[in-house]
Structure formats: structure tokens, C-alpha cells
Design a protein around this ligand. Structure first.
Ligand code: SAH
Length: 251
């Protein structure tokens, strides 16, 4: 006898919704998400949809009604509780649009709890569109199966960030001019952590001194090559996830 196919199937569309989800509720969907379900996925009445709300985990729903430009979903059961994201923050100086969008997407996929843009002396990007960054993170979370969205913080200037740094959080400072090789030490720091990445132009010496003066700061190296800021962010997060985060066992 053929095995019963897994339900819901792998290809089930997965959406983030702002509404708090509970069993049995009916949920109107319009705008971009409705367009995606109706015109892109060609969803039919009765089709399964996965939903998450960043609060109560993941739910199974089905399409109850399809209109021209909107549809109604009915929530039919709870699939998973909300995840416990590893306590790692990414602090990165804003960089050019396509590159920072990439960082937002990848940071979400890699599992960060919080993404905090930091304005440094050589930061050249003046206007930062947080809405756009958030929508990249939402899309990444929908695609990669996250049930928690990373918190997206308002941009902060480096001195203000350092002045109010939490006493219990290690600040791994990616210093292109040298530090301890990150892969060798990431696992030896337990507890809350953050990774700080500079802009295209790097940090100025005064900033380096200011960061190093913070007792919670650990200057780290990401190898002998100068990485682009987005590569450095992705590489550092991967090292941390693999040695101190949730890539080590099936937690
Ligand atoms: N223009 C600078 C490089 C900046 S790279 C220069 O030529 O020196 C952008 C950011 O990526 C840096 O500020 C740092 O945070 C990080 N980074 C890049 N390569 C790194 C490395 N090998 N080790 C640690 N951090 C690195």
C-alpha cells in the first residue's frame, strides 16, 4: 500500500499574518498576499495554507472562499508553537540597497533574534527604509519556515549603542584590522551575544578604540581576506550558529 502522503504537502503556501491566530477563525486576505494566492499559486477553495503570526506559532488553514481580489481563509488546526530563536543580534552599518536587503533576508534565514542598523562614521547611506527591510525579512521567514520574525530596530549611532550596551551581552566586534579568529572562540562565550559589522569603508580608528574599551566587546577576525560587509555579516552569523547557536543539535 502506498504510504499516506504527508499533510499538508511540502508545496503548501506559507504566509505571515498580522492577526492573532486561533482555531476556527476566518481570516480575510487582500492585497499582495491575495494576489499571490489567487494569481500566482492558483489556489482553489479547500486548498491548505500555512499561517504564522509571530506570536502563537504555525497554523493550518484552508481556503474558504475566493473572490476576485480577496479570499477568506479558515484556520483548522495548530501545527507548531512559536520557535525560541537563539539569542543573537546582528548590528550592521547600513550599506547600499541591494546589499542591505540581502543582509536582512539572510540574517532572518540564518536565525537572528534581532537586526539593529548602526550608524558609524563612514556610513554613507542616509535614508534607511525599515519597511522595505521588514518586508524582506517577512518573505524570508515565510520561505524558510520561521515562526518568529526577527525584531527590526530603529537605526542608532554607534556611541549611543555602546553607551547603553547591556551588561550581560557579548559584543563580537568584526574588526577587519585584526582580532581573535571567530571560529576558534565563538563556542566559548555562553549567553546573549551580538555581532557588529562595519560599513563598506570600515571603522575609523577612534571607533575601534571606543568599541574595544567596552568590557563586553570581543574583537574578532573573519580570516585573512577583507570581506564585503554583507559577506562578513553572513559568515559571522554562520560561524556563531554553527558553534553556539541552534545548528549543533536537533534542539
Ligand atoms: N574598507 C575596509 C573594509 C571594510 S569591510 C578596509 O579596506 O579595511 C566591511 C566590514 O566587514 C568591516 O568593517 C568588518 O566589520 C567586516 N570585515 C570584513 N572583513 C573582515 C575580516 N577579515 N575580519 C573581521 N571583520 C571583517
Amino acid at each position: 500500500m502506498p504510504a499516506t502522503p504527508a499533510w499538508p504537502p511540502q508545496s503548501t503556501p506559507r504566509l505571515f499574518v498580522e492577526t492573532a491566530l486561533t482555531d476556527g477563525i476566518e481570516l480575510p486576505v487582500a492585497g499582495g498576499q491575495a494576489h499571490y494566492l489567487i494569481s500566482v499559486m492558483r489556489t482553489k477553495v479547500g486548498a491548505p495554507i500555512k499561517l504564522f503570526d509571530n506570536a502563537t506559532g504555525e497554523w493550518l488553514a484552508e481556503v474558504a472562499m475566493i473572490g476576485k481580489r480577496d479570499l477568506i481563509l479558515r484556520v483548522t488546526g495548530h501545527l507548531r508553537p512559536r520557535e525560541e530563536a537563539p539569542d543573537i543580534w546582528l548590528l550592521a552599518a547600513p550599506i547600499k540597497k541591494a546589499r542591505i536587503d540581502l543582509v536582512a533576508e539572510k540574517a532572518c534565514e540564518l536565525g537572528v533574534a534581532r537586526y539593529q542598523p548602526v550608524i558609524t562614521r563612514r556610513t554613507v547611506i542616509e535614508r534607511l527604509n525599515l519597511e522595505r527591510l521588514r518586508s524582506h525579512m517577512v518573505e524570508a521567514a515565510e520561505q524558510c519556515g520561521r515562526t518568529a520574525l526577527p525584531e527590526l530596530a530603529e537605526a542608532v549611532k554607534l556611541p549611543a549603542l555602546l553607551n547603553s550596551w547591556p551588561s550581560d551581552r557579548t559584543l563580537f566586534f568584526a574588526d577587519e584590522s585584526g582580532g581573535v579568529p571567530f571560529a576558534g572562540i565563538a563556542a566559548s562565550y555562553k549567553g546573549p551575544a551580538a555581532i557588529l559589522i562595519g560599513p563598506e569603508g570600515g571603522f575609523v580608528d577612534e571607533e575601534r578604540a571606543m568599541i574595544r574599551a567596552l568590557p563586553q566587546a570581543v574583537p574578532i577576525s573573519l580570516g585573512p581576506r577583507i570581506l564585503r560587509a554583507e559577506t562578513a555579516a553572513i559568515a559571522a552569523l554562520s560561524i556563531w550558529m554553527g558553534s553556539a547557536g541552534d545548528w549543533r543539535s536537533n534542539q
